[in-house]
Ligand binder design. Sequence first.
Ligand SMILES: *Cc1c(COP(=O)(O)O)cnc(C)c1O
Length: 385
Amino acid sequence: MTNPAESAAPVASWHPKTLIVAGGRPAHGLDAPVNHPVTFTSTYHSQGIAAAGEKVYARFSNPTWDPFEQVLGALERSELPALVFSSGMAAIAAALSLVPEGGTMVLPAHSYNGTLGLAKELETAGRFTLHPVDVADTEQVLGALQGADVLWLESPTNPMLEVAELPALLAAAKAQGVLGIVDNTFATPLLQRPLELGADLVVHSVTKYLSGHSDVIMGALATRDETLHTKLHGYRTLHGAIASPMDVFLALRGVRTMAVRLERSQANSQLLAERLAAHPKVNVVRYPGLPQDPGHARASELMDGFGSVIAFEVGSAAQEADAVVAGFGLITAATSLGGVETLAERRARHASEPATVPANLIRLSVGIEDVEDLWNDLSQALERI
Ligand SMILES: *Cc1c(COP(=O)(O)O)cnc(C)c1O
């Protein structure tokens, strides 16, 4: 085959830091471009019959998706490409379609609020039953697996930063024939690879660390199971929540720097978390990198880093937290996370947030700015209350 868009396959021995840079490139050759072109088309020349290998129509496939799907699949330690979707929620909707009619799904009580919202909507409609658990409590989760069909995991959780014992939970799910799904958005495949631990499916909001620049809404799924891959590809084709080629180009461009971005944002997070923990106006700091954090021992053992989201509580009510967020200058008051710029929000301002998320909790997504500039902004805002 002499298809100019053909990719050089990622080399199995490559370190993930190399894979994100060198994977998903056109094959080397004289005059070959270094990056794949973006293919803007809705359809392809075809024979009019869906012969094997024909692309036919751009809701079914787009060559712009291929390099990103190849890189993410390899990062998640699958030999199959990932599947891109128009948003993290579109990928989550596809994953939730796997819960059998009338089945039961165990999920963290502090799952991402969009996941909770959609799952509750489907439960209300009679599709399935939910069994919420404290995901940091291994015994509780194991107890809930009895008779369950799907175990949905998120670790660390958004925004409570609870750390789950993924290997034990996924092994138990596998042994009991429970489908294991992990939302790996917070950790990224650089810090944690759930498919290696026995998960059947990994979910990503590519919007966050993978794309990394707050300029894309995109999602993805990764699996090692061919049958599941075919089923989810079919779901994507029929439900139509496909990713725009331009967004996939931006996501691939963004993922190239993910290792250096995370290195810097994690180092910033560690220092800021330590200083916040020592600040008289801050009551609680949740960050798995702090030795006193309940998730610290587990995260040290299971993850290759502690991530770059910090949750901290100020004062006793929403008002004080709102005043701190309103006082930020450099730090942007906004939802979302995983970008190069530091964002903060009082999480419980969303009506969809679980009631157990404290009203005075501020979620800080730490970026790659100079850490002293970030600390100056944090401390001047804290002085206002
Ligand atoms: C943002 C987020 C999602 C949803 O992704 P979108 O791209 O916003 O649709 C899902 N899970 C987690 C953990 C998230 O942070």
